[in-house]
Design a protein around this ligand. Structure first.
Ligand code: NAP
Ligand code: MG
Length: 486
């Protein structure tokens, strides 16, 4: 079959070994615009046989191809070229992301795409800085270490930040000299295919990056089980992370897992009220709450509780919900009907268990998988909405009096992805930051990210780190080389 060049909005093809190919089975699936409920396009559905082909292409590129042997500076230039091309097609790809995921065009074009490009540039710099050590030893001679690539990396990502999470995974793996098979989420496969096209145009050798859309139990599980894959880097739910960990034991694959969260956002009575209100709102309503670090548990200290809630409600009333392609829109639809229903059922549970609904709580009229921005007050620790990840625009407000009580309650969760504390007292801020069991703690802000700052979970939010030097090292293994000088 001759290679075809797809438009990213009408793909129907997989990207394997530098070629655009049909799925072996010929199967396709639909991806839907959650704002209109219309089918956007048919996407090729990769299954085990396609994963086999993609892993073989990635293996060939790793063992026979130029990539791992290429001068690090040249690998860096290629990553930089990918960033340039992403930026030059920013509006087009941001629009594709908005159509496929329902996130607002403002977020896609001002946050996701710029951060994705930045991630490629950041790791372009690391390609030349993946240095080992020289070590003095007892024997006459010395030893040195090499930070070698792992080989073929299987990467599985969710639908909430499709191109950004693809960049977080692809850029460091490439900088370290690995080759990749990426499976995007079934709900949002389009921008990963656009990224494959960009990488190809930038001159990435065939087989270094392969993109195989498909379903978790088919393509995803085949990647996890495949003996030709050296590592799985996964972002998604804790339940699927556990399943991947079980399955990966068969081939003793390296794993990094970025999983769910139920992040506490603690506002102390001396906080800057306006800043904390904005932070609390962004913390839960950014990307319609489909954020693994969403500040879904808002702990409010007694002295400011009422004033805070008033201002938060006023702030939320101003958040425009609607067409995510409209630059004025602040809240788009949930990614899918299933996700919308899941969120609405949590709202029902919150009501039933006695939390006080003070904003939203329903689905606005009309088409699209929208859920109103929702706030529950008087939430207590045993309630379901205080314990389970909702992954939607639903905030649980938990009043407290004493800071020790808030820290204990904040840590009373199996998750440990992120947390925040708001206070004007410098000592209290740092003391609380040390006590919170989370991979990221924000002080007087919420939801900041930078390609240079490591990100990842404590406890059941997973292990391993993305971004920063730590993110690079997760895609390398250490070789110790001994030299005899006797
Ligand atoms: P999910 O079901 O865990 O899916 C994530 C990815 O795993 C998808 O590509 C999915 O394919 C694939 N998958 C599903 N079952 C699999 C299996 N048995 N073997 C291999 N791959 C499999 O997560 P989701 O519900 O789509 O996404 C929301 C969840 O992701 C939330 O719980 C959220 O906390 C978490 N998340 C975490 C982070 C983080 O950085 N920690 C970031 C974003 C999201 P399909 O698309 O076919 O399901
Ligand atoms: Mg899923």
């Amino acid at each position: 079959m001759p290679p075809e060049r797809p438009s990213p909005v009408r793909p129907g093809l997989l990207f394997i070994g530098g070629q655009w190919v049909h799925a072996a089975s010929g199967a396709t699936f639909r991806t839907i615009n959650p704002a209109t409920e219309e089918v956007l396009t048919e996407v090729a559905e990769g299954r085990a046989e396609d994963i086999d082909r993609a892993v073989a292409a990635a293996r060939k590129a790793f063992t026979e191809g130029a990539w791992p042997k290429m001068a690090p500076a040249d690998r860096g230039r290629l990553l930089w070229a990918i960033a340039d091309r992403l930026e030059s097609r920013l509006q087009e790809i941001a629009t594709l992301e908005t159509l496929d995921s329902g996130k607002t065009i403002t977020e896609a074009s001002r946050v996701d795409l710029p951060l994705a490009a930045d991630c490629f540039r950041y790791f372009a710099g690391w390609a030349t800085k993946n240095e080992g050590e020289t070590i003095g030893v007892r024997a006459p001679g010395f030893a040195y270490t090499l930070r070698e690539p792992l080989g073929v990396i299987g990467q599985i990502i969710p639908w909430n930040f499709p191109i950004l999470l693809a960049a977080w995974k692809i850029a460091p793996a490439l900088a370290a000299g690995n080759t990749i098979v990426l499976k995007p989420a079934e709900q949002t496969p389009l921008t990963a295919l656009a990224l494959a096209e960009i990488a190809q145009e930038a001159g990435l050798p065939p087989g270094v990056l392969n993109v195989v859309p498909g379903f978790g139990p088919g393509a995803g599980a085949a990647l996890v089980d495949h003996p030709g894959v050296d590592k799985i880097a996964f972002t998604g739910s804790t339940a699927v992370g556990q399943e991947i960990m079980r399955r990966a034991s068969g081939t003793l694959k390296r794993l990094t897992l970025e999983l769910g969260g139920k992040s506490p956002n603690i506002v102390l009575a001396d906080a800057d009220l306006d800043a904390a209100v904005r932070g609390a709102s962004n913390g839960i309503f950014f990307n319609k709450g489909e954020v693994c670090t969403a500040g879904s548990r808002l702990f409010l200290q007694a002295g400011l509780h009422d004033a805070f809630l008033d201002r938060l409600q006023a702030h939320v009333r101003k958040l425009a919900q609607g067409d995510p392609l409209d630059p004025k829109t602040r809240l788009g639809p949930q990614v899918s009907e299933a996700q919308m229903n899941r969120v609405l059922s949590y709202v029902e549970t919150g009501r039933r268990e006695g939390a006080r609904l003070v904003a939203g709580g329903g689905k606005p009229d009309g088409r699209g998988f929208f859920v109103q921005p929702t706030i529950f007050d008087a939430v207590t620790a045993p309630m379901t909405i205080a314990r389970e990840e909702i992954f939607g625009p639903v905030l649980s407000v938990i009043p407290f009096t004493d800071v020790e009580e808030a820290i204990a309650a904040a840590n009373d969760t199996p998750y440990g992805l992120a947390a925040a504390v708001w206070t004007r007292d410098v000592k209290t801020a740092h003391r609380v930051a040390r006590r919170l069991q989370a991979g990221t703690v924000w002080i007087n802000t919420y939801g900041l990210y930078d390609s240079a700052v490591p990100f990842g979970g404590f406890k059941m939010s997973g292990f391993g780190r993305e971004l920063g030097r730590h993110g690079l090292l997760e895609y390398t293994q250490t070789k110790s080389v001994w030299v005899d000088l006797s």
